[in-house]
Design a protein around this ligand. Structure first.
Ligand code: PSV
Ligand code: MN
Length: 388
């Protein structure tokens, strides 16, 4: 059985991965949303479920909210509720993709009144952040066009800058704005923030408190995502990750499920660039669980990140560097792959037990009966989904 050096365990102990509240609501495809018994009806129940993931893994101490999906009367109360459950409220996600006024754009819209409405929504999100104690405002824009000639791409980019600058001005000293990019969908011809370069250009013109959010599902097949990670860290502009897996488009599958090696390579570059366990770089999940149970889906996800982090921390970087400098291609690759192929699961299980955690969080959660309990108790009301 492989052992994990205590220096690596010390780093793993500090790791935290934020959970998305929307992972606990129902989701699906445009063909069908399968409801699950016990699905939360409100943000309070979502947080209670998210707290289960943390209780069994000690990996997920914060929960991201999506506004307006997670609107409540009192954010102070929601904050206390989270604390009572052993977690805290994290990133606030804005939403400018589900309102009729935004059909042709929000922060980029030709009409100043629509832009102002979208800006005001972000001001509201910043107010929420003050009440919840959240640091980050995450912005993902569903803006673009479907047909060549439909939109003035240059004008939209200029308006985007103006709108973001207005939002940025409103941030508190300790708050940040992270701008997410996505190469297509829902717009198919052009997207206003399609790639890391555009996000970087926009946030670089705002100031130090503006960073890029890298969603691992938002790239074309074959993209070398770890190169982007390296470059953004080098530029001091990697603010956060939205982790998930994709086979085809923005699949939002369990992180590390489609390509564990890619996750390993990404985390290796995070460590190499000084972004691991660094407050500048937030690790978050952005996933949906359409056919699997949501809480175990999230437990499996954070464990996948932990396992690939452990493997990435095992790379013998001194030996790797030596091989790189001497031009020993095969040795460099062997060192890298050796770490990747190390099965850290038994050692992690032992380590968890030594910290009073279950050796197998998936199994322990299944044995707890929590899913049956919420299925029995959460009767009536409207289950949460995208839009609630
Ligand atoms: C868009 O696909 C995205 O990745 C953004 O992060 C959103 O906030 C999230 O999905 C949920 O809508
Ligand atoms: Mn995302």
């Amino acid at each position: 059985m492989s052992t994990i050096p205590s220096t690596v365990l010390d780093q793993l102990e500090l790791q935290s991965i934020e959970l998305p509240s929307w992972a606990f609501g129902n989701s699906g495809t445009r063909f069908k949303v399968f409801a699950t018994p016990g699905t939360p009806r409100d943000p309070y129940e979502k947080i209670a479920d998210a707290a289960q993931v943390h209780a069994y893994t000690a990996l997920a101490p914060t929960v991201a909210l999506h506004i307006p999906w997670d609107k409540v009367d009192s954010y102070d109360d929601l904050r206390r509720h989270a604390e009572d459950h052993g977690v805290a409220l994290g990133t606030i996600n804005s939403n400018t993709f589900q309102d009729d006024d935004y059909k042709f754009g929000a922060l980029t819209h030709e009409d100043a009144a629509v832009r102002q409405k979208a800006i005001d929504h972000h001001f509201e999100c910043i107010d929420v952040m003050h009440a919840t104690g959240s640091r980050d405002l995450k912005i993902w824009l569903a803006e673009g066009s479907n047909y060549p000639g439909q939109a003035d791409m240059r004008g939209r980019q200029d308006r985007l800058h103006e709108s973001l600058a207005t939002i940025y001005e409103r941030l508190g000293d300790e708050q940040r704005l992270v701008l997410e990019y996505k190469f297509f969908e829902p717009a198919f011809y052009h997207t206003d923030v399609p790639d890391w370069g555009t996000s970087y250009a926009q946030v670089a013109s705002l100031g130090d408190k503006a960073k890029v959010c890298l969603d691992t599902g938002h790239h074309a097949p074959g993209t070398n995502i770890e190169f982007i990670v390296m470059q953004l860290l080098r530029l001091g502009k990697l603010g956060s990750f939205d982790f998930n897996s994709r086979f085809y488009a923005d699949d939002d599958l369990i992180v590390g499920a489609a390509d564990p090696f890619q996750l390993f390579r990404i985390i290796f570059e995070v460590i190499r660039g000084g972004g691991f366990n660094h407050p500048d770089v937030a690790f978050m999940l952005d996933q949906c669980h359409n056919i699997e149970d949501k809480i175990p889906g999230q437990i499996r996800s954070v464990l996948n990140v932990q396992e690939m982090t452990a493997r990435a921390l095992l790379v013998d970087t001194d030996a790797l560097r030596e091989a790189q400098v001497s031009g020993d291609v095969l040795e460099a690759n062997r060192i890298f792959m050796d770490a990747f192929y190390t099965d850290v699961r038994p050692a992690l299980a032992e380590w968890r037990e030594s910290r009073g955690l279950p050796a197998d969080p998936m199994q322990a959660f299944a044995a707890s009966g929590y899913l049956a309990k919420i299925a029995a108790h959460r009767v009536g009301g409207v289950q949460a989904g995208w839009g609630a």
